[in-house]
Design a protein around this ligand. Structure first.
Ligand code: URA
Length: 210
């Protein structure tokens, strides 16, 4: 595994992911598992967040204890499926600022088309975790990260549930500085741009649409 790609092989993550992949899993169960898995992935994605020591008093003595450096995290959800990963991370880090980038994939060209962009104004001062469950062709993720970098972000981690080798390669070429954290690296993309074996359309699975 390269520094560019971190696969979270923890048994809890893998167990939850297997249930999510199963086509018989209900929408509500899928959403619940996504929320749980996002917290476990966030644990890895935020591993390098800076801390500083502050003096505290335990019941026993005074100590220098590490705390996160202020409100230094931004989360950016790539709509709409990214929102499913957002809730769990926000539970862990409620002070994070949140931005949204709306991109859809043109079904013919598979290229990303932007329809929404609302990002925190001070991204240059923050660590930014970009969330989107499916890293498929990588085109929309790479385009979203272009926008996020244009808005000033320099320290970016990309967090997803599933990645295809094609998407990882595309991101590595477009954004070699962005670490990818994922629960699994699947086999390939099919002719419609879906990850195989995958879990289907993540947005449809989490929102019950078709
Ligand atoms: N987006 C999805 O929701 N699923 C895929 O398999 C690929 C892209």
């Amino acid at each position: 595994m390269s520094d560019h790609l971190t696969i979270v092989t923890h048994p809890l993550v893998q167990h939850k992911l297997s249930i999510m992949r199963d086509k018989e899993t209900s929408t509500s169960k899928f959403r619940q598992l996504l929320r749980e898995i996002s917290m476990l992935l966030a644990y890895e994605a935020t591993r390098e967040l800076p801390t500083h020591n502050v003096k505290i008093q335990t019941p026993i003595c005074e100590m220098d204890a590490p705390k996160l450096e202020g409100r230094k995290l931004a989360l950016v959800s790539i709509l709409r499926a990214g929102n499913g990963l957002l809730d769990g991370i926000l539970e862990l880090i409620p002070a994070a600022r949140v931005g949204f980038v709306g991109l859809y994939r043109d079904p013919e060209t598979l290229q990303p088309v932007e329809y929404y962009n609302k990002l925190p104004s001070d991204l240059q001062d923050r660590w930014t975790v970009v969330v989107d469950p499916m890293l498929a062709t990588g085109n929309s993720s790479a385009a979203a990260i272009d926008l996020i970098k244009q808005a000033g972000a320099t320290n970016i981690v990309f967090m997803c549930l599933l990645a295809a080798p094609e998407g990882v390669q595309r991101m590595k070429e477009a954004h070699p500085d962005v670490r990818i954290v994922t629960a699994a690296l699947d086999d390939h993309l099919n002719d419609h741009g879906y990850i195989v074996p995958g879990l289907g359309d993540a947005g449809d699975r989490m929102f019950g649409t078709k």
